[in-house]
Each structure stands twice: as C-alpha cells, then as structure tokens.
Ligand binder design. Structure first.
Ligand code: TYC
Length: 103
C-alpha cells in the first residue's frame, strides 16, 4: 500500500433516499359565461368531489376569481386540468383549469 493512501470512513447519510415529488395545484378560474351547474358537474366528474364540495369550490371561484381544487403530482394535475378544461370547451364554454407548483 502507498504512503499517501487515505482511508475515508463512510459516514451516515442524511440525504433521503427517496425524494418526495413536487406537488401541483389545480386551480379553477372564474369566467362570466360557464353556467354554475356545469362547473359543479365537471368538478364532480373529474375530481371525484361530492356535490357539496363541488358547489363550495365553484362558488369560491365565482366570488374570489379562482379556487384551488386539489393538489397532485405534476402529471396528474396537468392531465386533470386539461380534461376538465376540454369538457368545457366541448360544450362551448370558456371554463379554465390551470396548474401551478406548490411552494
Ligand atoms: N361566473 C359564472 C356564472 O356566473 C359561474 C362560474 C363559477 C364560472 C366558477 C366559472 O370557475 C367558475 N355563470
């Protein structure tokens, strides 16, 4: 063995082996044209919320301009937002669901 050989002791790692995935919010945006009942129907179908929860989310967006529907991994959030927005478009409404990373 050479003189300058150094032995490094392995240290206990503090880095988690499994990274937790970043989460994304799906946000419902208000508009002046989509009927309230239609918004409720889309929320129930795409996000599996109850009538009561869907109504509260819809009325919050209606009054405040937007409302967080739920948080998911990026892929799921983007897919659900796109599907829900497409459901509005297919019926001729400007209903929009956006996504945004959580802090
Ligand atoms: N503002 C719409 C109306 O008065 C209803 C509505 C609520 C539309 C929430 C979109 O995200 C929305 N018919």
């Amino acid at each position: 063995m050479s003189d300058d050989a150094t032995i490094t002791k392995p240290r206990a790692s503090t880095k988690p082996k499994v990274e937790k995935p970043k989460l994304y919010k799906v946000i419902l945006l208000n508009d002046d044209y989509t009927p309230r009942e239609f918004v409720v129907r889309v929320l129930k179908a795409e996000f599996r919320v109850t009538e009561d929860q869907a109504y509260r989310i819809m009325i919050t967006a209606h009054r405040q301009g937007s409302c967080v529907v739920a948080v998911f991994t990026r892929d799921v959030a983007e897919t659900k937002a796109a599907r829900a927005t497409d459901a509005g478009k297919a019926a001729g409404f400007p209903l929009t669901f956006a996504t945004e990373p959580e802090e």
